[in-house]
Design a protein around this ligand. Structure first.
Ligand SMILES: C[S@@+](CC[C@H](N)C(=O)[O-])C[C@H]1O[C@@H](n2cnc3c(N)ncnc32)[C@H](O)[C@@H]1O
Length: 319
């Protein structure tokens, strides 16, 4: 797996990046932690559980689009030799595309979660023995290095799960511009984008009755305890998901239920009662709003598909 050539050194770098981000985020007046750290091995497992919850419509709706419109979506991409996926997770949605991309010889999933990539690689190699699967463990917001051999190959990017919603509109435009450069000259991107909708439906999706999303969010503190000698009392924090209508954004937070202190990475942090740590944003867009962001990033809008209920959209962008 690319990114695991010197696993011990890489692991050290990952832990020191995590420590630096935690110290920076918890030292701010409005505390926050970057959402990419939600996905350690346990976080990735919990995310998979979330995708099966009745309240979590995005995965079901995106699967519906990909399954029902598979032929249409893959048509026009017959010459794609390399598929590059950003934040690939379990790679289950990708299988639908892989099955139909006739000229595909290489699949490059990029994810921060080493464990998710390892499991997906094993499954995909057994299901598609002709396909070379070359995962990259990396933060996809940092310019990735794709293998030189595919510089001139026709590339298709895949960015499902509405992970683009984790970025502010300005950050999303910058990230999409970087992806366009990576996939050019003849590249295209298929990207899943959650649509604006009723706020009750939205908040339920991020605060389910079984408490799986709460466990996913709280796992970030458990991860700090495990990896950074943290002393967070998990019973002293609760999960919160709030929809900000003006911003079109769900904000996930961890709320301190009392005055307390906790250690992390050798530093002590104080929390007053009701103080919040922002852990994830999920921006929602209308189709024209998202197309404007893609245009700012230099993409030309291609086709767009929605599920039957009109909850989720899948956009084709052309470089
Ligand atoms: C919302 S999940 C989507 C997973 C999958 N693509 C899907 O559609 O079900 C986000 C995925 O992106 C990964 N991820 C989040 N932030 C990342 C980053 N900055 N760099 C690389 N991977 C990231 C997570 O590990 C996780 O697998």
């Amino acid at each position: 797996m690319i990114g695991s050539a010197q696993p011990a050194r890489r692991r050290e770098e990952e832990v020191s990046d995590f420590a630096a981000c935690v110290v920076r985020g918890l030292s701010k007046a409005r505390k926050s932690l970057p959402c990419r750290f939600l996905y350690d091995a346990r976080g990735s497992e919990l995310f998979e559980e979330i995708t099966a919850l009745p309240e979590y419509y995005p995965t079901r709706c995106e699967f519906e689009i990909l399954t029902d419109r598979a032929e249409e979506i893959s048509s026009g991409h017959d010459s794609v030799a390399a598929l590059v996926e950003f934040g690939s997770g379990s790679c289950r949605k990708t299988e639908i595309l892989i099955e139909r991309l006739r000229a595909l010889s290489l699949y490059i999933p990029i994810d921060i979660s080493r464990d998710a990539l390892r499991q997906a690689k094993t499954r995909l190699e057994s299901r598609f023995p002709q396909l070379r699967v070359s995962p990259i463990v990396a933060d996809f917001t940092r310019p990735a290095l794709l293998p030189e051999e595919i510089t001139r190959a026709v590339k298709l990017g895949f960015f499902p799960g509405s992970t683009i919603g984790n970025f502010t509109p300005a950050q999303a435009a910058a990230l999409l511009a970087m992806m366009r450069r990576l996939l050019s000259p003849q590249g295209a991107l298929i990207i899943g984008v959650d649509l604006k909708k009723d706020s009750k439906l939205l908040t339920r999706a991020y605060d389910d009755a079984e408490g799986v999303t709460a466990a996913f969010n709280l796992n970030l503190l458990a991860r700090i305890n495990r990896e950074l000698d943290g002393s967070f009392d998990l019973r002293g924090f609760r999960h919160e998901a709030v929809y900000d209508c003006a911003k079109g954004c769900i904000e996930m937070r961890l709320v301190s239920m009392k005055d307390q202190t906790a250690m992390a990475a050798g530093r002590r942090f104080h929390f007053v009662a009701d103080e919040r740590i922002h852990t994830e944003s999920s921006y929602k867009y209308t189709i024209p709003e998202f197309r404007r962001i893609a245009a700012l990033a230099g993409w030309k809008a291609g086709r767009v598909w929605k599920d039957m209920a009109g909850c989720f959209s899948l956009h084709e962008l052309v470089a």
